[in-house]
Write a protein that binds this ligand. Sequence first.
Ligand code: ADP
Ligand code: MG
Length: 429
Amino acid sequence: MPTIDEVKCEPDVVRLLLIEDDEDDALIAKSLLSEIRGIKFDVDWVSSYEGIPTHIAQSQYHICLLDYYLGSCTGLDVLGEALQYGCQIPIIMMTGTADREIDQKAIMLGAADYVIKGEVNSQLLERVIRHARERKKAETERAELHAKLIETSRQLGMADIAINVLHNVGNVLNSINVSAGLIANLLQKAHVGEISKISDMLKTHADNLGAFLTEDSKGKFVPQFLEELGKDLSSRVSQTLVETNTLLSKVDHVRRIIDAQQDIARPGGLQEPVRLEELTDQALMINREDINHHNIEVVQEYEVLPQVILDKHQILQILVNLIRNAKHAMIDKEGNSHCLTLRILRRVHQVSQLEVQVSDTGIGISSENLTKIFAQGFTTKAKGHGIGLHSSALAAKNCGGALHVSSNGEGCGATFTLILPEKVLEVPG
Ligand SMILES: Nc1ncnc2c1ncn2[C@@H]1O[C@H](COP(=O)(O)OP(=O)(O)O)[C@@H](O)[C@H]1O
Ligand SMILES: [Mg+2]
């Protein structure tokens, strides 16, 4: 059996699988194929149904001619099964008589075309084979293009998130800088050098320390000075401790943002047990610095739910996008006190679904924009890319869920709802 590459290297040779239980009919088909000019066929003939569907699906044929009457089963059975096994090559059905019903069924099932044995000549067969192959090629190219577009959107979505993460890390680093500056200032201005000066002074007057501390014009101030120095140093130490703790928690914040980014940036597709509240908190944490900075209140209303099986990478990506957009919408509506509400709930219609809602009190969305909000490239921001919601909607669909939006109009805030299927962990026993 040649490899795919070998098959591709020989464009003029068409590898054809002929499935025909009647030896005479097989000979006729082979003879018709040999009469076709300009194409050389390499024909494999099989006469029994045994193992054929998997064989067609796994082999490197370019095309298959399939007889309808195959003794114990029909060509429709073989066709259906081959397609179930993931058969990619065009299959042309050959029927003994003109039977519209069989022909229609074959096409509906996924056959590329059909020919009637008694009526087919080499020209007709050539045309049917050529058209079937051309259609298959166009179909494959379309599918590849579609897959590429989806992958490009996913990559763009991740790049967009990476920019957001860097922006947020930058903000936290700024406040780390502020804390570090405060600590440096507190230590620089601590009068530690005065302690050794006093110690030198005391050493010089070691012989008459009592008189020095009570009668000398400088010595008299030593006890009071030491008391004030002590107070100043202990206040500086406690302020330094507070600032150091702030600094440590900011460093930890940066580490957690980077951890979350690593979860987002790894390839998707891994289904694992996750807690939605943990993912929601993680997405909030990435944007937390900005949210605090703009005095936005955060309300978290989480229903207690079991762990669910989901692609953590995709869910995080969606939630980071929704929280970031909500934050921008609120920052852009000045003069208000703002609130970001995050809700996690379970809804039971026919099936049980989980919802994560991200609601804001921001600039809202006009009814006109509501209809185009998930389109790639749609943005109303000067520095926007219009990638976030498009890639989020695709990711939600990928997870078997959906992303919805509602808003009462401009100035009235917005709510985005991520709907997810509830796939829970199977508990053994
Ligand atoms: N919470 C929200 N409130 C108001 N408008 C929003 C909100 N979320 C998204 N939008 C609108 O949807 C547009 C597209 O969002 P998105 O795809 O994330 O791209 P970008 O943020 O780069 O503009 C935004 O420009 C904005 O007009
Ligand atoms: Mg966005």
